[in-house]
Design a protein around this ligand. Structure first.
Ligand code: GLY
Ligand code: MN
Ligand code: MN
Length: 462
């Protein structure tokens, strides 16, 4: 948690952007039961609430009056019955002071506050709820006229949150340092006979020991071609590749998100190295051409060109390289975008809607096959943190589908591509800060060249 002043300034800036528009209602998250209310999943605070109200406590709602700039924290003090089970806790009024809020009230007052405001003709602004409980609560207390997510609020919050302050960058760098330990540990454990679960458990332990925990379910899989593969059921086999996509949250909930791909045998085969070096070239290229004022969709497309050019060199793609990129041929091999924003959430603010976070009026979402998979397309600005995560995957079902549909037959050498059906996938992901003059990778860069990755696995292979 930052100082109270940080939250005061954040709310003042939001009130200023939203001036005259009414009340902003920001529910924090509640406890989420596994099978009954007192057996809950681990609590994770809503990131918008965390950004403006900073308190990592369930059951709170923050309200900001955009005219007066006054904030109120709604929540219920612990009863003795609560204290028996969960220990003494600060009163809501004491919590409020920690984040510079002078007014607090029981949660039951929220409904009347909203009713009084709307009776005086004032508007209510909410974000789109992503949890059922929050949605039900809002549907109960917010008049229908204001239940649609407020575009004014979303755009104000994005404009504020997408430029990370120095204290936020420092927290992201803490998360990156944890991510570094997780990934180098995974590399050092990577050898035949080790279970994916062994590695997943070990690196998630690091995330819990060093910070809040993981920033998303760790992907630790020899089936790297399955983009979000959450199974850890495999045992590492000679000759395969292990893809690890994992990150941490610092205790402040700021995130990291890295991917590396490691040969189980400790050495890349020629075929693996050829594909790996294409992904590495795309990653380095993306970092080099990124900077303030550059549209990320253009970085996506020019990195896709590096990938297509590399595949052309291996005979998997044929014909004119630019025409192949324009036709979206890279989407057969990299069916995802180059990256996303990262901050208090690993996919920062994506609950607001990709069209607001990754796109804007100048750069609207495209349906063009060449960039339709890109979730972040708009111009980079100093202070933004984005991931750079090109990959190359051989998804047998996707290849079969494209072939059956006779898609891009002038560009794809399907016979040759089918010799890679058991290859798996490679992704290389770094976290990048956009600066005034260019970019800077956050955290110490993980081993990334084939030589560096082989060296990082060598210790365990003896
Ligand atoms: N960890 C998911 C992603 O890289 O987007
Ligand atoms: Mn990732
Ligand atoms: Mn990512």
């Amino acid at each position: 948690m930052f100082s109270a002043q940080t939250y005061v300034e954040r709310r003042q800036a939001l009130a200023h952007r939203m001036e005259g528009r009414g009340l902003v209602v920001l529910p924090g998250n509640g406890e989420s039961p596994i099978n009954y209310p007192n057996n809950a999943y681990r609590f994770r605070q809503d990131s918008t609430f965390l950004y403006y109200f900073g308190l990592d406590v369930p059951g709170l709602v923050g309200v900001l009056d955009t005219d007066t700039g006054e904030a109120t924290l709604f929540g219920d003090d612990f009863t003795v019955d609560d204290i028996i089970w969960m220990g003494p806790q600060p009163k809501i009024a004491e919590l409020a002071v920690k984040v510079g809020v002078t007014k607090s009230a029981p949660i039951a007052r929220l409904e009347t506050t909203i009713a009084e405001a709307t009776a005086r003709g004032r508007a209510i602004h909410i974000m789109k709820p992503y949890r059922g409980e929050t949605r039900l609560m809002l549907e109960r207390i917010v008049p229908d006229a204001f239940l649609a997510p407020s575009e004014a609020l979303i755009m104000a919050a994005v404009a504020q949150r997408d430029k990370k302050s120095a204290e936020e960058i420092a927290e992201i760098e803490k998360a990156c340092a944890i991510g570094y330990k997780m990934h180098t540990l995974a590399m050092s454990m990577c050898r035949p006979g080790v279970r994916e679960q062994d590695i997943a458990g070990a690196i998630e332990g690091v995330a819990l020991r060093e910070g809040w925990g993981t920033s998303f379910h760790s992907i630790v899989s020899q089936h790297g071609e399955t983009l979000h593969n959450h199974s850890h059921a495999g045992t590492l086999q000679e000759g395969r590749l292990l893809l690890v996509d994992a990150g941490a949250e610092a205790n402040s909930n700021y995130c990291s998100d890295f991917t590396r791909t490691t040969p189980v045998s400790g050495k890349f085969t020629t075929k693996q190295k050829e594909i790996y070096d294409i992904v590495l070239a795309a990653n380095n290229h993306a970092i080099k051409v990124s900077g303030p004022g550059v549209r990320y969709v253009d970085v996506h497309l020019s990195s896709a060109r590096v990938i297509v050019e590399g595949l052309h060199g291996l005979g998997l793609v044929m014909g004119d390289i630019d025409a192949a990129v324009a036709a979206g041929v890279h989407a057969l091999f990299m069916p995802h975008g180059l990256g996303h924003q990262m901050g208090l959430d690993v996919h920062d603010m994506e609950n607001y809607g990709e069209q607001y976070v990754g796109y804007n009026a100048e750069t609207p979402r495209s349906t063009d096959p060449a960039c339709s998979t890109c979730r972040m397309g708009r111009r980079l600005e100093p202070g933004m943190v984005v991931t750079v995560e090109p990959g190359l995957y051989f998804v047998p079902e996707l290849i079969a589908k494209w072939r059956a549909e006779k898609r891009a037959t002038e560009f794809v050498n399907y016979d040759r591509v089918e010799t890679y059906l058991d290859f798996g996938g490679i992704r290389l992901e770094d976290d990048m800060l956009v600066t005034e003059t260019g970019t800077r990778l956050l955290g110490k860069r993980l081993p990334i060249t084939t030589e560096e990755v082989e060296a990082a696995t060598a210790a365990s292979l003896g």
